[in-house]
Design a protein around this ligand. Structure first.
Ligand code: FAD
Ligand code: SF4
Length: 338
């Protein structure tokens, strides 16, 4: 590992000031992603700004919804009674990710800012526009089985790996940020992560020095009917080939509102708006769920080695909606947890 300076921030403004003063500084939260990447020589910060002493650990009711501190641990978030009761989709998604030990260390802000698991990104001997802009994309014509089928560019076909973020996308979360000059701002979840375009080195729309302070979830009526389905290569911890967060609000058997988001398919959590449009106002039946899945997956653009994700995505959307609507495993909290 390369030498780096260690600084500890006592409050948010000090953390932001330290990060603004050194453009090669990084915030250190749980360290479960950042330290791995430093050991692999992929991330090379010259300074780590330790934010673990900051007070953003609270999970509390807020404006009819809930506020999740950026430094609350993933385990504490998943198991908080308010989250379990009102946002079970989020509990399922968090518990489907990583392992118990990692979730005990990982924070909510770190989870949102984790980097892609593209193997070319991790291998410093390979070209990768995300790691080193201008070197090319090893995956575009290489081994791209795990890669994107939506929203990619020839510069980068990576997928974003977080499970938690897929549920947050479906639940219309808002990310609160403390920025340079002490300015606070809110970023709608759909605008937080970004597609690669010509600048795949940028994973999200945070500005230099921006510190995530909390994630806000608005009140909703999805708690009774939601489900997170994660399809992966093995039952032990592994990143999603495809995942689906599905949530329904129904009146009798009519769908008043639907939320569908996908993981493992794009450079950001993919909100399945075409599927949602088909579902709104229709009867909650398997035939309608199939129509919705087909509408979404019609626009997929698979790469050479991941064509299977189109059919897999379709089936995963249907299955997640069936489970959300009361499938047997839903009552057992039966997401594919690891
Ligand atoms: C073996 C393994 C398996 C895993 N499996 C999964 C999985 O299946 N699904 C899944 O979703 N995740 C998985 N993960 C990833 C894990 O969820 C992330 O590593 C973790 O959530 C990152 O949180 P952290 O607090 O440790 O972040 P850190 O490693 O401390 O930081 C990650 C990044 O976030 C930035 N950051 C941290 N906090 C803030 C903040 N408040 N504001 C702005 N930037 C910030 C850091 O500067 C850094 O760039 C796995 C990880 C490992 C090691
Ligand atoms: S897909 Fe993105 S992360 Fe992977 S090699 Fe290409 S540029 Fe790098």
């Amino acid at each position: 590992m390369r030498p780096f300076k260690y600084s500890r921030a006592n409050d948010a403004s000090q953390a932001v000031q330290l990060a603004v003063a050194n453009k090669n500084a990084k915030f250190l939260a749980g360290g479960t992603n950042l330290l791995d990447l430093m050991k692999e020589d992929v991330e090379r910060p010259t300074e780590l700004v330790d934010v673990t002493r900051l007070k953003f650990t609270e999970i509390k009711a807020s404006d009819g919804g809930i506020s999740l501190g950026a430094l609350a641990k993933n385990t504490d978030t998943a198991n908080h009674p308010l989250v379990r009761q009102n946002y079970p989709l989020l509990t399922q998604a968090i518990l489907a990710g990583a392992s118990g030990q990692i979730r005990n260390m990982a924070t909510n802000g770190g989870n949102l800012s984790q980097r892609t698991r593209c193997p070319y990104f991790y291998d410093v001997a390979m070209p990768c526009n995300k790691r080193e802009p201008g070197t090319g994309c090893g995956a575009f014509e290489g081994l791209n089985r795990m890669h994107a089928i939506f929203g990619w560019s020839e510069k980068c076909v990576a997928v974003y790996p977080s499970d938690m973020a897929v549920a947050l996308a479906a639940l219309d979360a808002v990310v609160k940020v403390s920025g340079a000059n002490g300015k606070e701002r809110s970023i709608a979840f759909a605008d937080f992560h970004r597609l690669p375009g010509d600048t795949p080195e940028k994973d999200n729309n945070l500005q230099p020095g921006d510190l995530i302070t909390s994630i806000e979830l608005p009140k909703n009526n999805f708690a009774a009917k939601s489900y997170y389905l994660k399809v992966r290569d093995r039952a032990s911890y592994a990143f999603a080939l495809v995942s689906v967060a599905a949530a329904l609000e129904t009146d009798g058997n009519t769908i008043k509102q639907a939320r569908v988001a996908m993981g493992g398919v794009a450079h950001k959590p993919w909100r399945a708006t075409e599927a949602e449009k088909v579902l709104a106002g229709k009867a909650a039946t398997e035939a309608v769920f199939i129509q919705a899945a087909e509408a979404e997956m019609r626009n997929a653009k698979p790469l050479e080695h991941n064509r299977f994700k189109v059919e897999l995505g379709k089936r995963a959307i249907v299955r997640a909606l069936m489970m959300a609507n009361g499938g047997a495993a839903a009552s057992q909290g039966g997401a594919s947890n690891g």
